[in-house]
Design a protein around this ligand. Structure first.
Ligand code: APR
Length: 408
């Protein structure tokens, strides 16, 4: 019998494991342990509505305090688990606390990559991953005039959009030759560059920050590798995240850019499952690879599977990936995985900031990025879940509904 389940990491994935365990009828004890001081909250708004002052801590919270007591979930915040002894069934936390368990779920998430240049530790250089980061950034924003954003991925562009909308002078510095290169096709990258430039944000590609200059211990300028100097009283760094795998690795689990799991969210040790940003996983949309999916969707869907696996129930993770990013009034929604595409078609009008990019591999639809075209996104998401496709040559005609074009 499994009496005690320990969940390490109290964010979206960890909470979902706990909730799913109860939904599936588990009556044993559940300890949900996290090193952040807040109870589980939504992270995506931190770089969007929360940073813009349009959401409060209360609205971010995923569950009320009562929820945890009512469902018998022992939530331990501000507690970092430092070691796992799987054979002894014991975890040790930072202040020496011991936690016994029969099985473990690792939902340790990801951590930001740090900028490694001279001056990176100065006051005024900030990251954006957790609520503490967001509060820090929000506190510095009002007085800032010149904001340099390092990294033109999702976090960088979302933060840039908020800063620009607040009237700041904003420059994004991206090392790659295009924006959001990890996730979207070149035409979508180009669209985002132009859209941000139209809003008055400077976008510098193929450029990196070589050092940061200070006065009185605070950042005042960013010096780029091409010799350019940008005034900067606030530097926001969004250069990607790495899976937090240290605990898994120390416990002897297989790690490869993330905690390696199978389609059942099981790690290399049968007593341990893992889910969310900390994992690398096999997925039917990326045959033959282990991929990382950094998203709420993955945290929730993979955690449901992990909970079932802990209880010895058969469950397989094959949900269609989806993702979103809000930048000013541009609502990007992504369905599916575009990696390995060989053809892209555009439906709608990039000039009017309302279009979808549909991705194909071997003539079959595999993904879509929709900007301000939510219905397209919904149709594609459902199509992918049902194993349907949409002929590329017909998809570009916006007079015809996408739904009417679905084919087996
Ligand atoms: N200088 C400038 N740009 C850099 C540097 C650097 N030294 N190093 C990396 N970059 C760029 C990358 O080329 C990439 O475009 O930073 C960008 C990072 O983008 P993402 O990988 O999307 O990561 P980030 O924007 O930090 O988002 C982190 O938050 O919103 C979620 O899904 C998102 O899980 C992701 C996380």
């Amino acid at each position: 019998v499994i009496d005690r389940i320990l969940i390490v990491g109290a964010s979206q994935a960890g909470l979902q494991v706990a909730v799913s365990l109860r939904e599936l009828g588990f009556t044993g004890s559940i300890a949900l342990v996290g090193d952040e001081t807040h109870a589980p909250y939504q992270r995506p708004p931190l770089s969007k509505a929360y940073l813009a002052g349009k959401a409060t801590v209360e609205t971010l919270s995923l569950r009320t305090p009562e929820f945890y007591t009512e469902h018998g979930i022992e939530l331990l915040t501000g507690t970092r688990v430092t070691a796992l002894d799987l054979d002894a069934g014991k975890a040790t936390a930072e202040r020496g606390e011991q936690l016994g368990f029969d099985q473990v779920a690792l939902t340790t998430g990801a951590q930001v990559r740090r900028l490694k240049v001279p001056g990176a530790d100065l006051a005024g250089v900030v990251y954006l991953r957790d609520l503490t980061d967001a509060d820090h950034l929000a506190a510095l924003m009002p007085a800032a005039r010149s904001v340099v954003v390092v990294g033109g991925g999702f976090i960088g562009l979302e933060a840039a959009a908020v800063a620009r909308a607040a009237g700041k002078d904003v420059t994004v510095v991206e090392t790659a030759p295009r924006l959001i290169a990890r996730a979207v096709a070149p035409l979508v990258s180009d669209f985002y560059r132009e859209a941000h430039e139209r809003r008055g944000t400077r976008i510098l590609l193929d450029r990196s920050v070589a050092s940061l200059t200070a006065a009185d211990g605070r950042v005042t300028a960013a010096n780029l590798d091409d010799g350019t100097t940008l005034a900067a009283d606030l530097v926001v760094v969004g250069i990607g995240v790495d899976a937090r795998t240290e605990l898994a690795a120390a416990a002897g689990l297989t790690v490869d850019r993330g905690v390696v799991v199978d389609p059942h969210a099981r790690t290399s040790d049968p007593r341990v499952v893992a889910a969310g940003d900390c994992t690398v996983l096999p997925h039917p949309a990326a045959p033959g690879q282990l991929i990382r999916l950094e998203s709420v969707q993955n945290a929730v869907d993979q955690s449901r599977v992990a909970a079932a696996t802990l209880l010895g129930q058969q469950a397989v993770y094959d949900a269609v990936p989806w993702f979103w990013s809000d930048q000013d009034d541009l609502k990007l929604q992504i369905a599916g995985l575009s990696m390995g595409y060989d053809h892209v078609v555009v439906r709608g009008d990039t000039e009017k900031e309302r279009f979808s990019a549909l991705y194909y591999r071997d003539r079959r639809l595999i993904a879509a990025d929709s900007v301000n075209r939510a219905p397209d996104y919904m149709v594609v998401r459902r199509a992918l879940a049902a194993g349907h496709t949409i002929p590329a040559e017909l998809a570009t005609n916006t007079d015809v509904s996408l739904k009417s074009l679905l084919r087996p």
